[in-house]
Write a protein that binds this ligand. Structure first.
Ligand code: SF4
Ligand code: SF4
Length: 179
């Protein structure tokens, strides 16, 4: 199972990189702009997490919610790397989340999956003031809209995660328009 996931990952990254090379300039420009806007809002959401003393809470519970992250990484997160000519860190599918390292998440905040960035558990949520909670709701809504805009354009985009989508598409191009 681990090896199958590793192979699917490699196939998927290679395929998306090749498709991106062939993509026309307007759509490449759209991707650049969209991942920049997502990065900015994810940083804002992370600022709230820090303001709520999130790192201390997460270290007390030993990053428990990262055990659910196997499929969180999306096409959007991959495109944020590829559009700049870089690659994400190699996932390790033997870990509870393939991007969980010895000192926490190996993905920069700007390129973390939507499901990770918007999740503020009860303890962290209650450390936020009401205006901060309102801001967190607005940011979650804005980020959801931004990720869903990719779903409308690219068959491989889904908040369910890149690998689940790649399996479902069975070799169909991930940057094609959705059917
Ligand atoms: S967000 Fe909450 S549940 Fe998740 S690791 Fe941090 S403290 Fe634990
Ligand atoms: S991608 Fe990072 S934040 Fe998300 S579950 Fe994995 S280790 Fe945790």
């Amino acid at each position: 199972m681990i090896q199958q996931r590793q192979q699917l990952w490699q196939r998927t990254v290679t395929a998306v990189a090749a498709e991106l090379e062939r993509l026309d300039s307007p759509r490449r420009a759209w991707i650049t702009e969209a991942v920049t806007a997502i990065a900015r809002d994810q940083q804002r959401m992370h600022a709230l997490f820090l303001a709520a003393d999130g790192p201390a809470a997460c270290s007390r519970c030993n990053g428990a919610c990262c055990a659910c992250g196997t499929y969180h990484f999306t096409l959007v997160n991959l495109l944020a790397y590829l559009i700049e000519g870089t690659l994400p860190p190699l996932p390790e599918f033997s870990r509870p989340c393939p991007f969980l390292g010895p000192s926490g998440c190996r993905l920069p905040v700007a390129r973390r999956p939507f499901n990770c960035v918007i999740f503020l558990c009860e303890e962290i949520w209650h450390n936020l003031s009401e205006p901060q909670q309102r801001q967190a709701r607005l940011l979650e809504d804005a980020l959801r809209r931004q990720y869903l805009a990719f779903d409308a354009l690219f068959a491989g985009s889904s908040l369910r995660g890149l690998l689940i989508r790649a399996e479902r598409l069975q070799g169909q191009a991930l940057l094609d328009a959705p059917l």
